[in-house]
Structures are given as structure tokens and as C-alpha cells.
Design a protein around this ligand. Structure first.
Ligand code: TRP
Length: 331
């Protein structure tokens, strides 16, 4: 079976775009691949984090992944900082990455430019190398990510190729598995932008943990387009987005949703969508609540995941140490 690895940061809250665009694919990937899913807390501290918030966000994210259908019996779910080998391999790989390559990373330039006089950490700069280590240490074949991560995957392949060239086949060159078009979920207030964690518009972001009243309120105040016909079209980005979400939430298609709303207006669209979303998210919310009610069990699951991950990671790291010429560690 081919191996999949992906990672998600425990920062901000998981929103509908993350769930539909990433987590649901992770869950279905379990049927076809040997999956590793990391909660990347080491990446999170490349920007300032409050310690207590980071800890609780990490646990909550673990609960959300499991509630979204990721099965710890079939997949390896773990917290990145629990597997020290990621940081160790990242150091080695930094020595095979050029300063110029990192300077060209769009995400770095973007995040650095938003620091407005605050420090831009070296960790933010070398972030993509840690990501490369996450992937290469498991010799993953496929990496499900969003379009914004394509450049980091290219860098990962370049680093792996360079290392292999010098020391012989050590790493697998991973493929980025980027969902083709599919359902792109946009901000409910600014339908020209992706729904995002760093929301400048909290009302535009539907969190998967939003209670029903909150979901109804956000849908109700979502911006719409001029005109009154409920149809998906390029000149109706807001309505198209609502129809897309409606289709995903009801497991149908945009044309079917359009047909079901023929002759109706925006108000009916929103009312139907709000209820569909409440029902769509209910199982996930119930399951998350149950999981968080038993933190001992969650901790046990994460411990078992880290152990499984470490077994693979240790083997790769020891191959790498041997190849670069480190003296074997004595037992
Ligand atoms: N950089 C990724 C993001 O922002 C998160 C991430 C970290 C990741 N390590 C990874 C994704 C390894 C895929 C594989 O979305």
C-alpha cells in the first residue's frame, strides 16, 4: 500500500473549508493508503502562541480529527513534538537546503510581511524544511495538501533528490495530492477569498464547532449577490459558494440543489442551507464532545500513534545518520 502523510497546525479553529477540503479526504484516504496524520505543533510555534491555548488546541484538534472519521486503528495519528526524530531530521535537511530556496518561499514572504515590526523568527524561515522532514521521514508517497502548499512539496522533492544524489537512494520523492477543483469553500462575508483561520471576518468563517444558533446566524448574514435568482454562475460568487456548501452538506450536486430551489429566493436558500449544515456537522460535534469528555483515552490514542510513528521515523533517521557519516550511538 502506498503511504500518505499530511499535517495540520493546531492554531485557530477548524473551519468548514478545512473539513470539506482536507479532513474528509484524509478520512477517505484511509481506505486506499497507509496513512500518517500529524498535528504539527512544532510548526505552530513559528508564530507566537499562548502555551495554554496551544495545548488545548492540540487536544481539541486530535478530537476533531477522530470525530471526522480518522480511525486510529487504521491510521497513525500523532502529535509532531512527540516524535523527536522530525526535528532531528529537519536539522540535517537544513544542511541540504539553500538560503536562496527558502527566500523564494511564497508562504514565508507572505507571513513575514505580516509581522509588522515583530520578529521574523528563523523558525518561520526554515518552516518548509521541517515540513520536508515530516514527509520524508515516513518515506511518504503522497501528501494531500491545498494548492498553497505546492511550492513546499516541490522544495521537499528537491531536497530529497539532492540528498539521494549525494548518498544514494534514501528518500522517496513524494507527490502532492491536491484535490482537483472540487468544492472550494469561500468566506461567507468576502466570497472572493478562501474561508480561512486567520479570518479578518469572523462572521465569514464557519467553525466546525459552531453551535446551531451560530451556524444559523452566520448563514443568515452571509453576503449575497445582486439579482434574486438562485443559480451558480461566475457573476454570482456568493450564491455559488452557498450552493456549493449546500451540495456538500446534503451529499448532492449544485445542479440538484439549484433544481430543488427553482422559483425560490435567497431567503429560502439560506434557511435550507442553515438546517442542512446543522445536520451535516451534528455527528462530528457529538463525537468530538464525547472524545473531549475522556482526555485519558485521547492521550492514550496519541501515545499509541506516536509510538507507531516513531518506529518508522527512527529507522529512516538512523539510515540518514549512517549515510552522512555520524558515529553510531552507543546503546
Ligand atoms: N504547512 C502545512 C500547512 O500549512 C502543514 C504541514 C506541516 C504539512 N507539515 C506537513 C502538510 C507535512 C503536509 C505534510 O497546511
Amino acid at each position: 500500500m502506498e503511504r500518505v502523510l499530511s499535517g495540520i497546525q493546531p492554531t485557530g479553529e477548524v473551519h468548514l473549508g478545512n473539513y470539506i477540503g482536507a479532513l474528509r479526504h484524509w478520512a477517505s484516504d484511509q481506505d486506499s493508503y497507509d496513512c500518517f496524520f500529524a498535528i504539527v505543533d512544532l510548526h505552530a510555534i513559528t508564530l507566537p502562541q499562548d502555551p495554554e491555548e496551544l495545548r488545548s488546541a492540540t487536544l481539541d484538534l486530535a478530537a476533531i480529527l477522530l470525530a471526522a472519521g480518522i480511525d486510529p486503528e487504521r491510521s497513525t495519528v500523532f502529535v509532531q513534538s512527540h516524535v523527536a526524530e522530525h526535528a532531528e531530521l529537519a536539522w540535517i535537511l537544513q544542511c541540504f537546503t539553500s538560503y536562496g530556496e527558502l527566500q523564494r518561499m511564497i508562504q514565508f514572504k507572505d507571513k513575514a510581511s505580516k509581522r509588522h515590526g515583530e520578529i521574523v523568527s528563523a523558525g518561520l524561515f526554515t518552516y518548509p524544511v521541517l515540513q520536508a522532514a515530516d514527509i520524508l521521514i515516513y518515506r511518504a508517497d503522497r501528501v494531500p495538501v491545498g494548492e498553497d502548499q505546492r511550492q513546499h512539496l516541490e522544495l521537499t522533492r528537491d531536497i530529497a533528490g539532492r540528498f539521494n544524489q549525494r548518498y544514494g537512494e534514501t528518500f522517496v520523492l513524494p507527490q502532492a495530492a491536491i484535490p482537483r477543483m472540487g468544492a472550494k469553500i469561500l468566506d461567507l462575508q468576502m466570497p472572493d477569498a478562501k474561508m480561512s483561520k486567520s479570518a479578518d471576518s469572523p462572521l465569514g468563517t464557519l467553525k466546525v464547532t459552531d453551535p446551531p444558533e451560530e451556524i444559523r446566524r452566520k448563514v443568515k448574514v452571509a453576503v449575497t449577490d445582486s439579482g434574486r435568482e438562485v443559480v451558480a454562475s461566475p457573476d454570482k460568487p456568493a450564491i455559488t459558494n452557498l450552493l456549493t456548501i449546500y451540495a456538500v452538506a446534503t451529499g448532492s450536486s449544485v445542479p440538484d440543489v439549484e433544481a430543488s430551489l427553482a422559483g425560490k429566493g435567497y431567503a429560502e436558500l439560506k434557511a435550507g442551507l442553515a438546517e442542512a449544515l446543522v445536520e451535516f456537522l451534528r455527528p462530528l460535534q457529538d463525537r468530538r464532545r464525547e472524545l473531549l469528555a475522556d482526555p485519558g483515552e485521547l492521550a492514550r490514542i496519541l501515545r499509541a500513534g506516536a509510538e507507531k510513528a516513531r518506529e518508522v521515523a527512527r529507522k529512516t533517521l538512523s539510515d540518514v545518520y549512517e549515510r552522512v557519516g555520524f558515529l553510531p550511538r552507543s546503546k
